[in-house]
Design a protein around this ligand. Structure first.
Ligand SMILES: [Zn+2]
Length: 386
């Protein structure tokens, strides 16, 4: 990846480039940011620049053999560490075992998060186990770093989501940071530094990345999906509430159409008017769509319900919503309030979990509709303030 593929972050890019030019590279660094930031892309662009054989003034060349290997994440001096799942009775639960899938996923979507990564294994991981960076990982890393560099000046170890290191892994990693091998860079990419040992944090140079503006997210997505229309991209940003990885995931879904809004609008109308026969038709149509789209739809429904509260108590102009969503919510929000939002949200959240665990979607949507019929009739109570 090149720096030019990432909008904004001008100061950070300049500092990173200067640290290479002035030979002041810190050997342990952490890049911290949320789902709306370019933390992994920045690290990938930085490592490519460090080892580029034909550095330009403000970016890597993108065509030398080192750049090409970095673009494919296959450079022999690049080591990738990330959380993995203990599934399929694997003996050595380490990143190398999953490297092909991780490369594929992060090249497709460098904004992916932990859930999206583990979703890749949903077939093998029916019980929804969570993964870690296990102790065996530090043993493998130790062995690798005791070998010589292959071809570049700097060897780079990228640790994606170090907050998932088990305690024992963290302790071993700390030892490496205390006595780092020569010409080796540790670059950590984190979402939550609160879960990382303080003793590790104190040894890292930390760069905080802010979330991109809507315009920047738009340009990232439009560059990645030049064949998608502006309205499709806008809908994906609204659906993911500014989480770039989720937007990419939505746009990658082959038959993604922006029909969530229309579907949600008619569902809510049918539930409110208790129209059982039409609800049955709606449920039948809805449950014919794939599981992935059901989960996207339910997450969308959750977002719309939460947005109702913003209409009651805050400024709707701060929301990531389209014009048609805004005009629907203006009319619909009085039906969702303090008296029922907790129950509605719980029912929807339960359904997201169940649909992702292979529940029967016809039964699930039918039962959910019955619950919503009841809940939408709950009247708002007004408390008089003296
Ligand atoms: Zn190059």
């Amino acid at each position: 990846m090149k720096f030019s593929e990432i909008p904004g972050n001008t100061e950070i890019k300049k500092q990173l480039i200067n640290s290479v030019k002035n030979n002041r590279l810190s050997h342990s660094q952490m890049f911290l940011g949320g789902g709306g930031s370019s933390k992994l892309p920045i690290v990938l662009a930085f490592t490519q620049y460090i080892n580029c054989k034909n550095k330009q003034n403000d970016d890597s060349c993108g065509i030398c053999d080192s750049c090409v290997k970095y673009q494919n994440l296959t450079h022999p001096d690049l080591h990738l560490i990330f959380p993995v799942l203990s599934i399929n009775n694997i003996k050595k639960v380490v990143s190398d075992h999953f490297i092909t899938q991780w490369r594929e996923e992060s090249l497709k979507n460098p904004y992916l998060d932990l859930d999206m990564w583990f979703d890749v294994f949903s077939e093998e991981n029916k019980t929804g186990k969570t993964g870690y960076i296990y102790t065996q990982e530090s043993e493998v890393l130790h062995q690798k770093l005791s070998l010589k560099h292959y071809e570049s000046e700097y060897r780079v170890v990228i640790i994606w989501l170090p907050e998932k290191m088990m305690l024992h892994t963290s302790n071993k990693f700390l030892k490496l940071l205390e006595e780092p091998p020569k010409k080796t860079l540790f670059l950590l990419v984190s979402e939550n530094s609160d879960l990382i040992l303080k003793t590790i944090l104190s040894r890292l140079q930390i760069t905080k990345l802010v979330n991109h503006s809507v315009e920047e997210i738009h340009s990232i997505l439009q560059n990645k999906f030049p064949y998608k229309s502006k309205s499709e991209i806008d809908a994906s940003i609204s659906l993911s509430e500014g989480n770039i990885g989720r937007s990419i995931e939505i746009l990658l879904t082959d038959n993604f159409e922006d029909d969530n809004f229309e579907d949600y609008q008619s569902w809510m109308r049918l539930c409110y008017s208790v129209n059982i026969s039409e609800i049955t038709t709606w449920v039948n149509q809805r449950s014919n769509k794939g599981r992935r789209l059901q989960s996207v739809f339910l997450r969308y429904a959750l977002k719309m319900v939460r947005n109702c509260l913003i209409f009651h108590f805050s400024d709707p102009n701060t929301l990531f919503i389209t014009e048609k969503e805004k005009s629907f919510l203006q009319k619909f929000h009085p039906f969702v309030h303090e008296g029922n939002i907790k129950n509605i949200t719980e029912k929807l959240e339960e359904s997201v979990v169940n649909i992702e665990r292979n529940a029967n979607s016809k039964i699930l949507f039918y039962e959910l509709s019955l619950q919503l019929m009841k809940l939408l009739k709950v009247k708002r109570k007004f408390v008089e303030i003296n």
